[in-house]
Design a binder for this molecule. Sequence first.
Ligand SMILES: Nc1ncnc2c1ncn2[C@@H]1O[C@H](COP(=O)(O)OP(=O)(O)OC[C@H]2O[C@@H]([n+]3cccc(C(=O)O)c3)[C@H](O)[C@@H]2O)[C@@H](O)[C@H]1O
Ligand SMILES: Nc1ncnc2c1ncn2[C@@H]1O[C@H](COP(=O)(O)OP(=O)(O)OP(=O)(O)O)[C@@H](O)[C@H]1O
Ligand SMILES: [Mg+2]
Length: 264
Amino acid sequence: MLDLRFSDAELEQRREHITEFISERVDAAGADGAVLGLSGGIDSTLTGYLTVEALGPENVHGLVLPAHVSSEGNMSDAERVAQELDITYDVIEIEPIVDQLLSAYPEAEGDREAVGNARARVRAVLNYLVANHESRLVVGTGNRSEAAVGYFTKYGDGAVDCHPIGNLYKGQVRQLARHVGVPEELAAKTATAELWADQTDEDELGISYETLDSILATHVDGPLSVAATARLLEVQEETVERVRSMYERSEHKRNVPPAPEPLD
Ligand SMILES: Nc1ncnc2c1ncn2[C@@H]1O[C@H](COP(=O)(O)OP(=O)(O)OC[C@H]2O[C@@H]([n+]3cccc(C(=O)O)c3)[C@H](O)[C@@H]2O)[C@@H](O)[C@H]1O
Ligand SMILES: Nc1ncnc2c1ncn2[C@@H]1O[C@H](COP(=O)(O)OP(=O)(O)OP(=O)(O)O)[C@@H](O)[C@H]1O
Ligand SMILES: [Mg+2]
């Protein structure tokens, strides 16, 4: 696979670039700080660290939003991150809200994907409730690997005001996290959306992040053809084609919803 790791100098450059980006977005909006969902996973943990570095702990509000399928370990890690960063945070159980949705529309009960995505959207509603009330921006935690293949819920975890780590591949997220002092147990964790029990990103995507990152950097974001990418990375052409297809099929999630062209 490709070695996509940053040098030490590049890590510092990225750290500065991202923290400046966060301050600029908040200033440009005239907002009073940021709110973000903390899941105990590496994306929100790194984003939390960088947001606090950019704005100061007094200007960051964390939300820990457990569902029935959330593991205790992840929820206690999320609280530990908020405490370590010394930010204000709330813990709000979302399952009663999801239950209300299902009692309003019982047909969706048992539909693992629909209910899982509803969990992500309930979290988005809570993020914006706090953002509206406290004049904050919702800081997103999505990285380039997830965004490129559409591995996020449209208007769920995708509903945010900016994407500070949106240009980093997943492996680079882990590397930058270690660089800014995120504890190793958190930096090394298995990625999971936790929208349903025992879900992991790599199982659901059917590809490791190491391979995905390399294919994205080489083919989707890079200049090489399917065949050249497969040769370079020593993977099947079908694997590269599958990533390409996930990228194309998820285009709608990365764009503003279209309207018909104006008539003359
Ligand atoms: N071509 C098209 N043009 C315009 N809109 C289109 C469309 N195709 C679908 N749609 C719309 O998009 C909807 C499907 O998109 P969406 O609702 O997002 O649902 P979908 O992409 O099916 O599911 C979300 C995926 O992201 C994963 N996820 C979610 C949240 C967090 C994380 C994580 O890593 O933490 C991962 C989750 O496990 C699942 O695999 C359709 O119901 C339809 O409304
Ligand atoms: N239980 C939760 N409480 C608060 N926010 C959550 C929760 N679960 C998910 N989120 C939000 O949704 C985002 C997307 O989840 P995702 O799993 O992609 O990221 P992560 O958990 O931070 O990292 P990883 O992908 O390594 O698990 C999280 O970063 C977080 O902002
Ligand atoms: Mg997660």
